[in-house]
Design a protein around this ligand. Structure first.
Ligand SMILES: Nc1ncnc2c1ncn2[C@@H]1O[C@H](COP(=O)(O)OP(=O)(O)OP(=O)(O)O)[C@@H](O)[C@H]1O
Ligand SMILES: [Mg+2]
Length: 333
């Protein structure tokens, strides 16, 4: 693999499942060494299918991809040696100890036992599980189990790590902790990481590059900043004590985008808030409008998602709660 080659490169990669479900409809992407590449999309968008194709566990229907220069169809064995995969579903054995799980995977990769144990200890330390390495996985908390899943995928020193929904079902605090470990893995090993998530905060926090995937297609790709800037505008939100005032405020200008999230709340998208706010202040003063709350914000990934897909990712998350709970139950079992 040449220095300037991409770690992962796909060309019209597509998967249609038996029965005709077009899960992935021809995606092109290029991932550079040392990046965290985030795949953001709602349930059923095709994230796991893409990861499964790239990690050679299923074959594409059409299109191609290269991982570290190896073709995923023709050189799948070589691909497998250089990648680590942490699937969406849990894979560690609860009836084994943490370290035994790691050694088992080490044997699978033909790593000499002594080397495997040394690496396992180093990795347990990396995610603060040293004390628990000799405990049965059945005694682990959900967060500890996810941490173990993360390092099991690293025992054979892969160059690329696939993380499918690394924090699904974890509470917010445990999720934040997991982000720290993922960052550590990237920094300590110079790892290229492909991660999928339907948590906006997660990709915003971790990813260097994000692709938003919806209905099997990539709708936009860029750094979190680029995606937010692409909306070209700031959001101004004002809350009034009555709807008379909010209505009047909404009439401020025909050239700005106005919505009413609630009767008394006005949201405006303006090109450049630094230029617009003085005019808005004057308008409010001229019309005796006094908001009880006034905020200016740069677009969030929420708005980016909404803009590119026409839907809020949170609507999908509602349906996902059940799945997250089910996963949590499995984690606790
Ligand atoms: N083995 C399969 N056979 C048939 N259809 C499948 C199979 N696996 C996934 N699908 C379908 O393919 C589409 C994409 O599924 P995929 O699991 O890739 O989505 P996802 O983005 O990972 O979703 P989630 O956020 O729920 O994990 C969905 O419509 C799903 O129902
Ligand atoms: Mg999935």
């Amino acid at each position: 693999m040449h220095k300037d080659e991409y770690v992962i490169e796909t060309d019209k990669l597509a998967k249609t499942y038996p029965g005709g479900i077009k899960a992935v409809k021809g995606i092109d992407m290029k991932i550079q060494r040392g990046q965290i590449y985030g795949f953001l999309g709602p349930n059923g968008a095709g994230k796991t299918t893409t990861i499964k194709m790239l990690s050679t566990s299923i074959k594409p229907t059409s299109g191609t991809a290269r991982v570290m220069g190896y073709d995923i169809s023709k050189d799948s064995m070589k691909v497998r040696k250089v990648i680590g995969v942490v699937p969406q579903d849990l894979t560690t054995d609860e009836d084994l100890k943490g370290i035994e799980n790691m050694e088992l995977v080490g044997r699978f990769y033909d790593i000499p036992p002594r080397e495997s144990r040394k690496k396992a200890e180093e990795l347990l330390d990396l995610v603060d599980l040293t004390e628990f390495g000799n405990k049965y996985v059945s005694t682990y908390s959900g967060g500890m189990r996810k941490r173990l899943e993360l390092i099991v995928g690293l025992i054979h020193n892969p160059k690329v790590l696939f993380l499918d929904e690394p924090t699904l079902g974890l509470d917010v605090q445990t999720r934040t902790k997991m982000w720290e470990y993922i960052r550590k893995v990237k920094e300590e090993f110079g790892m290229t990481i492909v991660l999928t998530s339907h948590y906006l905060e997660e990709v915003d926090e971790l990813a260097d590059i994000i692709s938003i995937i919806d209905h099997g297609q990539i709708v936009v790709t860029g750094t979190p900043e680029e995606l937010k800037n692409s909306l070209q505008g700031d959001i101004i939100e004002a809350t009034f004590s009555d709807s008379m005032q909010s209505k009047k405020f909404g009439e401020y200008s025909k050239s700005v985008d106005v919505t009413y999230p609630k009767e008394n709340v006005v949201r405006m998208k303006v090109k450049d808030s630094d230029m617009e706010v003085p005019h808005i202040m004057k308008y409010m003063s001229d019309n005796n409008l006094s908001p009880i709350r006034f905020s200016i914000s740069k677009p969030s990934l929420d708005q980016v998602f909404l803009d590119y897909t026409g839907r809020e990712i949170r609507e999908e998350e509602a349906g996902d709660t059940r799945k997250a709970q089910m996963n949590m139950r499995r984690l606790r079992k």
